[in-house]
Design a protein around this ligand. Structure first.
Ligand code: PLP
Length: 384
């Protein structure tokens, strides 16, 4: 009782702006002498006597308090209920595996994330799932919806950065009785909220901008429907596609800076995209936030931020390699969304239909005033 004058009611999270929400997302309620954020809980087994249903935590593959804290924060950001997975692909697989049965039809972008396409082709097609493909740009999926069980969308796509009209496709898919999943990795829930746009599943690799420090691999699924929440959770429990508590705790800690990171990274992405678009040495610059981008109008209608990734093409493989080698501030690496500006020549992997000189650039948190002269010098050396 003595301390009761020091406790405060929890704030109503539903009314908060994103910047406030991400800062408050992982916090404990104000109890005297407690840390702002609980530490990671490492446990295989928890104290659990008697009836297991009456104990909140029993075994580490079923649940973990650190997951609960992260999932609550993600749920607030997504406008639904979230489940954390050991990687983005584990989250993708959880939705595909929970929904698809032999004889079902999946409609998928021909330009979606490479490994998701490989998974569907190598695993689900062999189980007797019919796979229909159409490119993301132009809404070509609309012609393939009849009889579909699941429509898989990705917008903006990695690496092409094409955008599809999500509300329109989601409505059309629901009209034929299909479920819709959106891979929201490039946007993050601060850039785009698939569940608010009508999707049944929002899926993401938290490895990228959401956690943003290039130091962990993680994914999540968010849903509004509690039956699907149960089924996707059962998938995680039964397949064991779980995340370690340390990674999840790092992710929760990283969420607090999501809004400020994105503010800087999106501004840097736009600044670099504008510069690249103005250079005669560069072709095909794509960034949904660029007013001249073919996806700009659609992106403005459904996105609140345009993301951290910019793509462009240099004339040849050699000029792209020279550019990457000559830049001192762009770190050569795969993946994207981190505080470090990174880039790679995407065709070195194979699998994506991109030119040999195609570069995927991920804007970090550095000063644009340092990045632009560095890019200018590297371009000067790479392309004559
Ligand atoms: C990286 C990525 C994934 C896979 O996520 P991992 O965390 O690497 O397993 C899925 N979708 C998109 C769009 C991605 O960029």
């Amino acid at each position: 009782m003595e301390n009761s004058q020091h406790t405060k009611p929890d704030v109503d999270r539903a009314v908060l702006q994103d910047a406030t929400l991400v800062v408050r997302a992982g916090m404990t309620s104000a109890e005297q002498g407690q840390s702002f954020m609980p530490g990671p809980v490492f446990a295989a087994a928890f104290h659990a006597a008697g009836e297991p249903g009456a104990v909140p935590y029993t075994y580490g593959r079923y649940h973990n308090p650190t997951w609960t804290a992260y999932e609550r924060a993600l749920g607030d950001l997504e406008g639904g209920s979230a489940l954390v997975f050991g990687s983005g692909m584990a989250a993708v697989m959880a939705v595909l595996g929970s929904v698809l049965r032999p004889g079902d039809v999946i409609v998928m972008p021909s330009d979606s994330y490479y490994t998701a396409r490989v998974l569907v082709d190598s695993y689900f097609a062999n189980l007797g799932v019919e796979v229909r493909r159409a490119p993301t740009a132009g809404g070509a999926q609309l012609e393939h919806l009849s009889g579909a069980r699941l429509v898989w969308l990705e917008s903006p796509t990695n690496p092409g950065l094409d955008v599809c009209d999500l509300p329109r496709l989601i409505r059309a898919a629901h009209d034929v009785g299909a479920l819709v999943a959106v891979d929201n990795t490039t946007a993050t829930p601060l850039g785009q909220r698939p569940l608010s746009l009508g999707a049944d599943f929002s899926v993401a690799s938290d490895t990228k901008a959401l956690t943003g420090h290039a130091d962990l691999v993680l994914g999540h699924v968010a849903v509004r429907d509690l039956t699907w929440l149960q089924q996707v959770r059962a998938w995680r429990t039964q397949t064991g596609s779980i995340a370690g508590p340390m990674e999840v705790w790092l992710a929760l800690r990283s969420l607090a800076t999501l809004d400020v990171r994105l503010e800087r990274q999106c501004a840097n992405a736009l600044g670099m995209a504008s510069y690249l678009a103005s250079s005669p040495k560069v072709e095909g610059v794509r960034y949904p936030g660029l007013p001249t981008d073919p996806a700009h109008a659609l992106a403005c209608a459904q996105m609140r931020r345009f993301g951290t990734v910019v793509t462009f093409t240099l004339p040849t493989q050699q000029s792209a390699e020279r550019f990457l080698a000559a830049s001192l501030l762009i770190t050569e690496a795969t993946s994207f969304g981190g505080v470090y500006t990174t880039a790679e020549r995407r065709a070195r992997w194979g699998g994506d239909m991109v030119p040999q000189g195609f570069i995927r650039l991920s804007a970090g948190c550095e000063a644009l005033a340092d990045l632009l002269p560095d890019i200018e010098k590297a371009l000067h050396r790479a392309v004559t």
